[in-house]
Write a protein that binds this ligand. Structure first.
Ligand code: OOB
Length: 541
């Protein structure tokens, strides 16, 4: 087992096994079984090149052998930063079969994030595409390698330059690999975060595969299902809710879209007869607005999932009449708990709630600021504990003491209430985070970067309302005498290697922050200030 990963107390582990949630199957075994039952049926296609379940299984065996020969061992951490390409599956399942642990980073991450993951986790390898979406990841790898002493290998899909080509690592397996246990950590997922440094989420084979099985059942996936991976699939939602891994679990077909834009996605839906896909709210709006003007036939699409951020009821009501498919709202978190509206729920529940948890053993508490249960239907903080919700982040004892209760409930930071029929309605957030159309920005992380600028005396970042993304970020800055310009500050953050979605959308200079009654910065007052300013003089983006 990987040190630094809090896990379920024995009593809970026994209970979850006994209830049949944790079946004792690893990802490596799951794929092997599907290769037997699905054989030559397509597992993954990008619309041009298809890979069958049997081929995928064989490639995974060869790549696992190659990784092993390279010196990658069980529990070694490997940063995987791949877009929606077939090799993503070769890499993940080869690492799973070896017992090495992918760290799922997003294609948008840059040197600040990646070097931190590498240093913090002492990763031994980093796997990247050569160039994707106009960005050369090999240049990024050089920067990361200069900072992370443990990083022995950079492995490239495509032209490797001085690095190791992934294509050279598919070798004949000549020895059996170490045994992998289903109760062990399978990978580290990224937390949306609300603190200065991103947190890593340890998920086991047992717990994650249970969440896949539950999701597959709720979303009605089977071997006839065709799932379009439109969002970057390293994210927990398209990865597992039910996402691409759920599709493999069900024996269905995965279709890879290079981007979620209608230009890329719509022709693939028609060509591959896609039955289900997942979007964040701003993209659902783009799809709604372009569906009628396109000639593509989207009639195969049965379910459109929308989640990651709050979807307005107004837009939700348009999905069925305008796209001709059933909306499913998904409210989940990489830490575990996932809620879905059911496909056969009444329309009013589908459009106005974020659904119910996967498992009857997902325990939910809604508490007030003093940790007391609120009255039924009242607004409060959502806490949860269950068979696929982690008991703590990787190597984060101090933070864990705050983010989890003594009896193991995770404080989600979400403000919710329960509808009379038991559906969760997300009303807001208590955590210091901006949800930028599903992309999460931890305020403190960006504030710390800004504070490193010589012209910045203090910084506070808050969400501001945005018609398209739901929220954007606004940085309030108390400058020193030499006031920096907005462009200078944005460039400064870019140069520090921050992902583009974390760069504040707006920067406001201020002489002092409004304070709460106990003398802390009142982010509530700052949010109100900027919202007020926008409503009186909306800015064109
Ligand atoms: C998903 O996962 P994360 O880890 O990127 O973000 C989790 C947070 C939640 O705590 C909540 O604040 C917000 O994202 N969120 C939603 C939402 N879905 C997620 N807020 C309002 N409405 C929703 N439908 O975002 C994620 C993971 C698995 C499945 C779906 C989403």
């Amino acid at each position: 087992m990987l040190p630094g990963c809090p896990t379920w107390p024995q009593e809970f582990a026994d209970r979850y096994r006994k209830a049949g949630y944790w079946e004792g199957v690893t990802f490596g075994e799951m794929l092997r079984e599907r290769a037997v039952s699905q054989g030559d049926r397509t597992a993954v296609t990008d619309g041009q090149k298809s890979t069958s379940y049997r081929e995928l299984d064989e490639k995974v065996d060869r790549l696992a052998a190659g990784f092993y020969q390279l010196g990658i061992r069980p529990t070694d951490r490997v940063i995987v930063q791949l877009p929606n390409i077939t090799e993503f599956f070769d890499v993940c399942f080869a690492l799973f079969r070896l017992g090495a642990l992918p760290i799922f980073s997003l294609p948008a991450h840059r040197s600040s994030e990646i070097a931190y993951f590498a240093e913090f986790s002492e990763a031994v390898a980093y796997i990247i595409p050569d160039v994707y979406s106009g960005f050369d990841y090999r240049g990024l790898a050089r920067e990361v390698q200069a900072r992370a002493a443990t990083l022995r290998h950079v492995i490239v899909v495509g032209q490797p330059q001085e690095f190791t080509p992934l294509s050279g690592l598919y070798i004949e397996p000549d020895q059996s690999l170490p045994q992998v246990l289903s109760g062990n950590i399978a990978f580290l997922q990224l937390s949306g975060g609300s603190t200065g440094l991103p947190k890593l989420i340890p998920r086991t084979h047992d717990d994650y595969i249970y969440s896949l099985r539950g999701s597959v059942e709720i979303c009605g996936l089977d071997e006839k299902s065709v799932y379009l991976a439109a969002l970057p699939m390293a994210h927990n939602y398209p990865l597992s809710s039910p996402g691409v891994f759920g599709t493999l679990y069900a024996g269905g077909k995965i279709v890879l879209a290079p981007t979620p834009s209608p230009d890329d996605a719509f022709p693939l839906i028609e060509q591959e007869q896609v039955t289900i896909t997942a979007l964040v709210p701003p993209l659902a709006l783009v799809w709604l607005d372009s569906a009628s003007s396109r000639s593509c036939d989207l009639s195969s699409l049965q379910v459109l999932q929308v989640g990651g951020a709050k979807f307005s009821e107004e837009a939700a009501r348009r999905i069925k009449p305008e796209l001709g498919c059933t909306l499913q709202q998904v409210f989940g978190m990489a830490e575990g708990l996932v809620n879905y509206t059911k496909l056969d729920d009444p329309e009013d529940i589908i459009v106005a709630t974020q659904g119910r948890p996967i498992s009857i053993d997902d325990e939910i508490k809604i508490l007030d600021d003093e940790d007391k249960e609120v009255a039924p239907g009242e607004l409060g903080h959502l806490l949860t504990r269950g068979p696929y919700t982690i008991r703590g982040y990787y190597k984060a004892d101090q933070h864990n003491a705050r983010a989890f209760t003594r009896d193991g409930f995770y404080r989600t930071g979400d403000l919710v209430r329960l509808s009379p029929d038991g559906n969760v309605i997300v009303e807001g957030r208590a955590k210091d985070q901006i949800n930028r159309g599903g992309e999460k920005v931890a305020a403190e992380e960006i504030e710390n970067h800004l504070l490193a600028h010589p012209g910045v005396h203090d910084a506070a970042i808050v969400a501001m309302p945005d018609e398209y993304l739901g929220e954007r970020s606004c940085a309030f800055i108390i400058p020193y005498e030499m006031v920096p310009t907005v462009t200078e500050l944005k460039n400064f953050l870019r140069e520090r290697g921050l992902a583009a979605y974390k760069i504040p959308d707006r920067i406001e200079f201020i002489s002092a922050f409004p304070q709460t009654s106990v003398g802390k910065v009142s982010k509530k007052a700052l949010r109100e200030m900027i919202a007020q300013q926008l409503s009186s003089a909306p800015e064109v983006h």
